[in-house]
Design a protein around this ligand. Structure first.
Ligand SMILES: NC(=O)c1ccc[n+]([C@@H]2O[C@H](COP(=O)([O-])OP(=O)(O)OC[C@H]3O[C@@H](n4cnc5c(N)ncnc54)[C@H](O)[C@@H]3O)[C@@H](O)[C@H]2O)c1
Length: 250
């Protein structure tokens, strides 16, 4: 889709989890504004559908972000093909099961932390040196309101997202002289395929906590993300952007 706003002309963006939901919406917006995008996702089928929808400006890379070797290779290959990485949006994530801490399956806990936190760390870790070569970069880490408030029956998810906020604040300060900003967003519930991973009672709980009494829309997420990831957002780093329909109180 053509767009008269062209903030991403000449820019290359990597979007993890870019084959679905929030990541896909951000990728579509960047492509519509003249950028090229690399979709890093574990789901090869969804990558194919996303590439077909976005056209020639989209490239796919099938990888599991929880494997540091795969992330290192993806970063190196992306830099080789496109010569640089200007933008990194880390949207890959899972919810894990809904259960109380005392019942939480240990394997599920480890998997949620491995994808949502460790995987995001690997992506930041291996893309930053590529951005430093050009003294330019915009990193947007997708956390969650769950990381600020803690949702009951979602301790692994809440803990992983709180840790993403901590990592973002830390890395933002490390890179203040490198032309690279690092920010996080903390959405309340957005209607995407991820909701299929949760039980209905939990989705109802999350909706009941949103004063606007509706879910966020992926277009609303894409709008915020693509402003933070643009050149225009230049004096904010290590920050946490609310997008929660009024739920967040800090
Ligand atoms: N939808 C919401 O309500 C909501 C709210 C707050 C935060 N978030 C966060 O937003 C991000 C995107 O979620 P979404 O709602 O778009 O969900 P989604 O399920 O539509 O998209 C997530 C994408 O991540 C990919 N992915 C999962 N595990 C992966 C792995 N190991 N390696 C590579 N890719 C992997 C999936 O294949 C999928 O394409 C997640 O981090 C999620 O926690 C979502």
């Amino acid at each position: 889709m053509a767009n008269s706003i062209r903030r991403y002309e000449g820019r290359h963006a990597v979007i993890t989890g870019g084959a679905s939901g929030i990541g896909f919406a951000a990728a579509a917006r960047i492509a519509s504004e003249g950028g090229t995008v690399s979709l890093w996702d574990v789901d090869a089928g969804k990558i194919g559908e996303a590439k077909a929808a976005l056209g020639a400006s989209a490239h796919g890379f099938t990888l599991d972000v929880s494997d540091p070797d795969q992330v290192e290779q993806a970063a190196a290959e992306t830099a080789k093909v496109f010569g640089k990485i200007d933008v990194l949006i880390c949207s890959a994530g899972i919810t894990g099961p809904n259960a109380k801490v005392a019942d939480y399956p240990i394997d599920a806990w480890k998997r949620v932390l491995d994808i949502n936190l460790n995987g995001l760390f690997y992506c930041n870790r291996f893309v930053v040196p590529i951005m430093q070569k050009n003294n330019y970069g915009r990193i947007v880490n997708v956390a969650s309101i769950a990381g600020k408030e803690g949702n009951p029956n979602a301790s692994a998810y809440s803990a992983s997202k709180a840790a993403v906020i901590g990592l973002t604040k830390s890395l933002g300060k490390e890179l203040v002289h490198d032309g690279i900003t690092v920010n996080a967003i903390t959405p309340a519930t957005v209607e995407t395929p991820i909701l299929k991973q949760m039980q209905q009672f939990h989705i109802d709980y999350m909706l009941s906590k949103i004063p606007m009494q509706r879910f966020g829309k992926i277009e609303e997420l894409a709008s915020l993300i693509t402003w933070i990831a643009s050149e225009e957002c230049s004096f904010t780093t290590g920050a946490v952007f609310d997008i929660s329909g009024g739920r967040a109180t800090y």
